[in-house]
Design a protein around this ligand. Sequence first.
Ligand SMILES: Nc1ncnc2c1ncn2[C@@H]1O[C@H](COP(=O)(O)OP(=O)(O)OP(=O)(O)O)[C@@H](O)[C@H]1O
Ligand SMILES: [Mg+2]
Length: 289
Amino acid sequence: MSQEVLRIENLKQHFTSGKGIFAKGYTIKAVDGVSFSVKRGETLGLVGESGCGKSTLGRTILKLYEPTEGKIFFEGEDITDFTVKQMRPLRKDMQVVFQDPLESLNQRHTIGMILEEPFVIHNIGTSAERRKWAAELLEKVGLPADAITRYPHEFSGGQRQRIGIARAIALKPKLLICDESVSALDVSVQAQIINLLLKLQQEMNLAMIFISHDLSVVRQVSDNVAVMYFGEMVEYGPAKEVYQSPKADYTKTLLSAIPVNHPKDRKKKRKAELESKKISAGTPQQETA
Ligand SMILES: Nc1ncnc2c1ncn2[C@@H]1O[C@H](COP(=O)(O)OP(=O)(O)OP(=O)(O)O)[C@@H](O)[C@H]1O
Ligand SMILES: [Mg+2]
């Protein structure tokens, strides 16, 4: 069996905005011709500044958006044109962990309910089995057993991220997309969550896409790295090569950039820079359609 879990070819995601009776609208080329593959047990780091299209690419791979162009192969099967119904059985094989689990965890549900939910949705196991699996998941991500009866707001950011990860791995996915999953955490907590992800990846032989604007974090986890700039992939290769001898000028600039202390501040700064670039230069990705 092939080791390749995901392959995308020339994937594009264009959004049309501002269209109305009088306005022609313009196209945002959020993802513009990206190709890569991820094998079992392997991590692809996806880096680039805020707004370059990382999350959109993740969503397009998960088929939360219909791709504008290109191909998506999952476990060798072309899923590009799969319908919602065809995607349903595949949903458990592709999971995502977001930046802020508070937004994605139901505040009114106990951790037990949150962790049992994936099994309920996919109609797996009896209620006794689901309870047992939820307890096992908690242990797997290093949370105390009594967490099961508590609520998301009772936990710290790092602990909540552990809950988000537990839920994402509940159905033993083949592909895990982590979208800025450690970006909101303090550096020491970041390291703990990264270690947890790496441990789980090894145990479960997971293919992982690790999205981050933070190059030093990506370096710690990635086998391969893809660098995005305004929707395009400007560099792609083994992490070691990309970091030691980057080919693209943009990667060189990213690597030489002086880090701002707090990741949140850095994100804000990048966003502001990008925004001003768009306004002053007339962005290369926005065209009148
Ligand atoms: N649903 C949408 N409709 C229209 N435009 C969108 C949509 N989603 C994203 N965009 C635009 O596509 C571009 C890429 O956004 P995206 O969120 O993918 O970037 P990102 O790299 O994940 O940024 P960040 O690091 O801030 O998370 C941006 O210009 C954004 O405004
Ligand atoms: Mg994003």
